[in-house]
Write a protein of this length. Sequence first.
Lengths: 117, 929
Amino acid sequence: MLHIPCPHCGLRDETEFTYGGPSHLIRPELTASDREWTHYLYHRENPKGPYRERWLHSYGCGHWFNVLRDTATHEILETYLMGQLAQSSSPVRAIQGSQPAQPVQPPQSSPAREPAG
Amino acid sequence: MSSPGPYRLKTQARGRPVAFRFDGRPLQGLEGDTVASALLANGFRVVSRSFKYHRPRGIFSAGYEEPNALIQLHSGSRAIPCARATLTPLSPGLEVSSQVGWPSVSFDLLRAIDLVHPVFAAGFYNKAFMWPSWHAYEPIIRKLAGFGRAPTGPDPDRYDERHAYCDVLVVGGGPTGVEVAKAACAKGDRVMLVEQDTSFGGDISPLANLRNVQLLLRTTAFAYCDHDLVALAEAVGGAGVHLPRERLWLVRAASVVLATGALEQPLIFSNNDRPGIMLTSAALKFLRRHAIAPGRKVVIATNNDSAYTAARELHDAGIHVAALVDSRPSPSAALLQEIKDVGIDVHVHSMPIDTKGFSALKQVTVGILSSANGVGTTAQNITCDALLVSGGWSPTLHLFAQAGGKLKYSESTRAFTPVADLPNIQIVGSAAPGIPEPLGERVSPVGNKSRQWVDLRHDVTVSDIELSVRENFSAVEHIKRYTTLGMSVDQGKLGQAPAAEVIARARGLPPAQLGHTTFRPPFMPVTLGTMVGRNVGALYAPTRRTPLHKLQADANAIFEDFGEWQRAAAFTRNGESREQAMAREVKLIRNGVGLYDACPLGKIELIGPDAMAFADRFYINNLTTLKPGRARYGIMLRETGVIFDDGTIVAFDEDRVLLTTTSSGAGRVAAWLEEWRQCEWPSMRVVVAPVTDQWASVALTGQHARTVLKRLRPECDVSNEAFPHLGFRTTQLLGGDARLYRVSFTGELTYEINVPANKGAQLWAALLEEGRSFGIEPYGIDALLNLRMEKGFLHIGTDTDGTTVPDDVGFGKPAASKQNHYIGKRSLTLPENVRPDRLQLVGLASENAVALPVGSHLRLPGSDNATDGWVTSAGLLSTDGRPIAMAMLRAGRSQMNRTVTVHDAGRVVTSARVVMPTFYDLTGARMNA
């Protein structure tokens, strides 16, 4: 049972949370091709190593947030608010059909989008 | 006259006698005995039979690693199969029985299997017993294995769960564990010290009664989980005691110390499984704790120093130790002299190579090891009835491995040791790699390999391992599964190190190059009750009751679980059956007026300037044209285009939208809305407020509904002109707020009346009172589902499944024509979702008055498809009792008036005509009245 650090509430047992799949999925426009759209629906990366994923603190504050977790060791490397990007510099592949994978840089000085709620 | 047993050393025995029974025989043990020590004291050599060959087996160890002595305890609902005799404390009147052997464990005719043992070699079920089918033999073969009898009734005991947090969790209360706990406690840490045995191995008086220290005995740490969560199983009470039987502890520790000790390994030689052969440390434990002699004439065979202490101690206790056999060529001269001085024969560079004894050990044959990996020509037979083996010690590192620690076979210690440390785990005591002691041979180089046991529990021999390697299942994970080595109740705890050497030899590799199989929890078997805790019976799942529950119970409602809610399926009167009640209620709605508890229907308020724009992104229906005072039926999709939920949308005012959902979807939809708001559209100014429990909802339905409602004197005008179908009004009713929806699921004139939840019962009672002259009665879900079915109204999850898109159920046009983007819109034009042969919603009219079973399959004329669809809802038409149904049929809308055959459980049940899915009031006149 993971011990997850909710950015709002602190360390809590995994049973308080609901898992939400990968972070940073970019929803294509309505004009997306069938291929782009089905990539968005069904194709997921499955790396052995650091992975960005969403968690919801269902039995707590009710907020969604992001977690950078190593899928092999389960070590939680970082948590950050929904709408932000990770501070860790390892590359993120944007999950969409058309663009080739490119590293996403962490934000420099721009403020993070207002956290939800 | 009571006797503590012929093998009890009377001068050293202490404690009062305890009476018990083994296979019906009355016996005596002593206070403090385990079942194993009591049986040994009474001279029971054979307590079990081996898994495949039904060879007689005796007690091999004195602890949790026991592979042979599995016994059955108690009977009925308290029965425990596969209890380890070495762990079971003896209590007065305990009923113990053997689990295997016919007619008895001491005389087992099934031993005949041993005569044909090559037939049952590893993997036999892949090669033998194939014709006509393995399943013909499987039940018999499983029964022969002798795994005991399961309890016959529900578990009468209670199990508890506790969560604990500490700075240091010390697993293992032997001497080292106790010292570590004391040191941590002195630093002021919160300490937990857990020990699987019944006593600690050191003085714990400095730790007793301290607030920051938790001491647990009879507690096994069985799982090391993520982020240093360790699960413990504590044996608390016995039968009939006013305590839980077991307690599960979930301990989140900042650091863990593994003081888990080491397990003595056996020696591998031909016929090394006879009753009377036992681990040297076990014999020592039985002597020290229970004053028991392992036999009248004892031989000790070892490859290391630790057995020498045992030899001296046994001798000093007055037990006849005939010989000590050491496989090392030159053990310590000082140790050798000590043994010779007390008159024990010593054989160096020797090991047992065979044993004799049909029911129990009678003789061991000792061979001298030659340097050329064989034995010399002179072998010696020594008569004995106990052979104590000591093959070296293997550190108990299962929890370390479960935590992700890597282990490797070490050539210096000849055991598996950690490759690297883990940050929060410390290994101490004999579990830690110490100064390596050179060990002697542990596997006999000669003898019949099919009689050399590596896994006593699963009857796996050296020849089985060699067979596996020959057949190319040579990776350790494959050898494990092919031979079942280490897969039984003891999970191969004894023999980990020797097995590695046997496998290495078979593969011609050094053992350090082999890996090991994955260590998985639980370390020891855990009672299912302990895992479940209190979550049984009424506490298994929360029960939700509406504010109208008692009133419905008073009206003889039959309640069923619908989702988490207790809801009325039907209301029986005068000894009616449930089906009769339903039929009566259906008639009542179609011809009179009825009352329905709609409280569980999901209700969500969206509040904020962007409320309607937000809602519009979720439904296939265009909500931008929705006016205040109007309700619109809406369907919600997943992003894949699949139908997710349905309900109504009401524009309450510019800042507020009211949604209803299906009863079982209330929580799902609220979570869905919130997820998109937080993650995708956080800039929208809207709040999602679930209010399902805040409003009681009663559906008043039937041609007299308006009249009855008027009698309650609502403030607003409820005439048809002022308040048409699909309308919404807020008003005052019964002295308080009320929200009225004019929507219909039954197909009759209906008002869904919402009042604050604490006024729900008052509303129900008032409607029953005012409707009395019209014969108003409550109706349940059975009737509702029948009524809506004949109108062709969708029931999400019944008529739809995980593949249904709007066009399949007749909502393709609105979904396609809506311009604004909504969730799922893009998926509706994917090729799969526009296939012309998709299943589509139709109605079916049975052709010969035969009911159409729900789930039965349909075949179109001339079709050779496996299926062309199935019946999703079915019932009898309320007007004339004809059997009708709703169904999903391949390209259904273009099959009107064709006849399909209806198939159920492989037989044709009837045929049915394909029609439009509306059977009653096709124009909707009754709803719109």
